[in-house]
Design a binder for this molecule. Structure first.
Ligand SMILES: O=C(O)CCC(=O)C(=O)O
Length: 221
């Protein structure tokens, strides 16, 4: 694993809303995820606008449940988020036909997502795209929907996540992201785990801090 300095990683994550760690998973790990994901999704009937996404891999193969709950990335996600992530689901994202786009959107207001590249991916086959810092401008992007086209290709904060097999992207659920069409028809698969942050706890913490600050201010008068 090629892990950058933890403090740098956290600063980047806080500023941009995502980080990319190169060569995170070994070629053997990537091979195992690929072959198990292919086996687990073989009988899936693909239709509709998100036919390229299979959620619930953890219910199809315990290997994915183990990765979702106890994968080596979990402490990393916890360190970046600053609290324990609550596992939601493990998914395979493919891009088998040209029309399979995921339009700009944020997944949730709290939590994090990991996305491991299982193939080479760049703009030609619909790599992930992020909007840097969008997690700090939630109101501005609250209208975005994954099934509704919005063109952010010229946005100055756009980041194109060209990735190789084994590279890992970790992003806040509130960071705007998307993936365009697969123009060159090459295989483009990503393995992803969704984590919900415990928003109730963070909300309570924020409320307690606000009350504390108010109390201190009143005492200071
Ligand atoms: O893999 C993709 O094409 C989109 C990924 C995505 O939207 C996600 O991981 O939340």
């Amino acid at each position: 694993m090629n892990l950058p300095h933890a403090a740098t990683l956290k600063a980047d994550f806080d500023r941009d809303g995502f980080v990319i760690i190169r060569d995170y998973a070994t070629p053997e790990e990537v091979r195992e995820i690929r072959s198990r994901a292919e086996d687990a999704t073989r009988d899936v009937v693909r239709k509709g606008p998100f036919s390229n996404i299979t959620k619930g891999l953890e219910r199809r193969d315990g290997f994915f449940g183990e990765l979702l709950h106890n994968g080596a990335h979990v402490p990393l996600v916890e360190a970046l988020l600053g609290r324990k992530p609550e596992p939601s689901t493990a998914s395979l994202f493919t891009k088998i036909d040209n029309g399979q786009e995921v339009y700009p959107h944020a997944d949730a207001i709290d939590g994090a997502v990991i996305w491991i590249a299982l193939d080479e991916t760049d703009r030609h086959n619909g790599c992930l795209q992020f909007l840097k810092g969008s997690h700090q401008r939630r109101e501005e992007f609250a209208h975005l929907r994954a099934d509704r086209p919005t063109d952010l290709s010229d946005h100055p904060d756009r980041f194109e996540a060209t990735m190789s097999p084994g590279d890992l992207a970790i992003f806040r659920s509130s960071t705007v992201h998307w993936s365009g069409p697969n123009h060159d028809g090459s295989v483009r698969r990503g393995f992803n785990c969704f984590y919900v942050g415990d928003w109730r706890k963070s909300w309570k913490k924020d409320l307690a801090a606000a009350k504390n600050a108010k109390r201190k201010k009143l005492r200071g008068r």
